[in-house]
Design a protein around this ligand. Structure first.
Ligand code: ADP
Ligand code: ADP
Length: 224
């Protein structure tokens, strides 16, 4: 079943006199439960595509439907709502709050959703268990290794139960062994039915995905 339907999408940036085609007539369908790696050189449009899939931005031309809902027609508040409900972001730099414990970092988005303490506790513990970090729940980010911090960031995403996990260079700040450990966690989550889209420069990492999509100069040129 189609989760992401992108059709003839273009996105332009104007810099003075010059117009940059960050995305140039891109069509891409991704089904529920897929694990897709997006590869391509720097400046090829990967982040632009991620921002569109993640409802941080909209296309200038073409269409994007997420789970059957047309995204182009939404205003900022509508985009934010879909984003909060359906998208989980994982970044290269982990983006944990340094003064909160691992537990509190995972819990924070659930507080914003207005959940009770009891509801939150179940979800936080389950999410930390899913990344094998329950025993570190009281640690602060500075007391955790890079790999462990990324696992907390993944737990934070899981607690929100998103339809899609968008991971932008999640292994970029990690050594290759730890990077593969993070990939194994993402693969396990995918085996449990999560849809995962991963941006990476690293072919070894991309090869762990079931499908690799390649970009060059804003165009999708290979999909296998
Ligand atoms: P990648 O993620 O593959 O490195 P990007 O999607 O970031 O590529 O960028 C695609 C193209 O769009 C590049 O030429 C980049 O310089 C340009 N670009 C991206 N974001 C902006 C922006 N906010 N303003 C102007 N140009 C941008
Ligand atoms: P991982 O394989 O998950 O990256 P490591 O083998 O690097 O974990 O770390 C082993 C243990 O050492 C971790 O459980 C963590 O508590 C501790 N540790 C690692 N890096 C740091 C650090 N920079 N500061 C404090 N403790 C650390």
């Amino acid at each position: 079943m189609t989760l992401i339907h992108i059709e003839n999408a273009s996105k332009y940036y104007t810099m003075g006199e010059e117009t940059i085609k960050a995305l140039d007539d891109v069509s891409l369908d991704i089904d529920h439960g897929e694990f897709v790696a997006i590869m391509g050189p720097s400046g090829s449009g990967k982040s632009t595509l991620m921002n569109i899939i993640g409802c941080l931005d909209i296309v200038d031309k073409g269409n994007y439907d997420l789970d059957g809902q047309a995204i182009n027609v939404l205003k900022d508040s509508g985009l934010a709502e879909i984003r909060n409900r359906k998208i989980g972001f994982v970044f290269q730099s982990f983006n944990l709050l340094p003064r909160l414990s691992a537990y509190e970092n995972v819990e924070l988005p659930l507080i914003y959703r207005g959940m009770s303490k009891k509801e939150r506790e179940l979800l936080v513990i389950h999410a930390l268990e899913s990344v094998d970090l329950l025993d570190r729940r009281k640690h602060f980010p500075s007391e955790l290794s890079g790999g462990q911090q990324q696992r907390v960031a993944i737990a934070r995403v899981l607690a929100g139960d998103p339809a899609i996990i968008l991971a932008d260079e999640p292994t970029g700040a990690l050594d290759s062994k730890t990077g593969l450990e993070i990939l194994n966690i993402l693969k396990r989550l995918n085996a449990q039915g999560r849809t995962i889209i991963l941006i990476t420069h690293d072919l070894l990492i991309a090869q762990q995905a079931k499908r690799i999509v390649r970009f060059r100069d804003g165009r999708l040129y290979k999909d296998f």
